[in-house]
Design a protein around this ligand. Sequence first.
Ligand SMILES: C[S@@+](CC[C@H](N)C(=O)[O-])C[C@H]1O[C@@H](n2cnc3c(N)ncnc32)[C@H](O)[C@@H]1O
Length: 326
Amino acid sequence: MAESTMNLDEFQRLLWGFAGHRVITVAGRTGILRQLAEKDCTTNEIASKLDLDALATGKVVRALTALGIVEAEGEHYRAAAGLREHFLPGDRDVVPFLEHSHAMYERWGETLEPWLRGQDWPIADRTPEEVRRFGAAMRAMGAQMARRVADALDLEGVERLLDVGGGWGHFAQAMCRVRPGLQATVLDRPEVVEKARAELAGTEFEERIDFLPGDYLATDFGSGYDLVLFANILHQETEDRAQELVRRGTVALAPEGRVTVVDFAIDDEQRQHLLGALFAINMRSFGDTWSEADIRGWMAQAGLDEAERINLGPDRWIISGRHSNR
Ligand SMILES: C[S@@+](CC[C@H](N)C(=O)[O-])C[C@H]1O[C@@H](n2cnc3c(N)ncnc32)[C@H](O)[C@@H]1O
């Protein structure tokens, strides 16, 4: 049995994790994080600018400092240098994701225990406002990930990309940016495609990205792609469906092409990697944080016998498979 050195003090810190999460999402929702990213300020200045209670603002900002999100000098505070750009409006902004994270906290509170007791953890019917918020959240975080993936992948020779469940085309755009001449097809649900198309109209990518509205479990992928991408898709599907998606992605490849999976990382036994193990719960009974062995296995079954993994920081990976005899 692998020993753990956890003691009661550390255990209590873990229990208070809920409070740290709430402090962060509320600081995002109320504008505190934006304020601290713009310039250094005192807690009274923040409270007065945002019309918040001064005592409560002081406590929240000091807790953000203890969490390492904010730096302090005397009475002045500023968002940590590595985070500032992510709290300001623009293409690095992740504040919309904090709205989503705030809502996830509510949902976990209501549904984790009933699920554990055998009830469904239903996918809630979302109001139009919730759909908008979810879209903004996925885009905000997805765009950061997309940039990193486009930089990490060797896209030499990639001329045609199929992005399965590609959302608003943020991965396609990131790859078009680093790979001149790339043409991308983004397959997603018709309601997502409609909005994505409207947003892309008139931009530099309009001619390079087209959309395939449909259900990725049923819609024909087409053929001749140099890269078929599943970014944050396989985790939302059962093992059988995920395997079938990889198989169909493989069939859609050009001879030299590759299937690339971008997703949360986890160890093979799914019990050491904290974020991966927690995210697996978020996928309830319909999906999972799939291990590298699972993904490589599906690739091998599909005939992709050469696979490689690139780590994207500690919690995500890119796993690509191709035919060795290409
Ligand atoms: C978690 S998001 C990932 C978006 C993007 N690939 C990324 O990594 O940021 C999942 C995407 O899959 C799409 N999706 C879910 N089920 C789908 C289905 N059956 N057919 C087509 N798209 C689907 C959603 O609309 C959404 O855009």
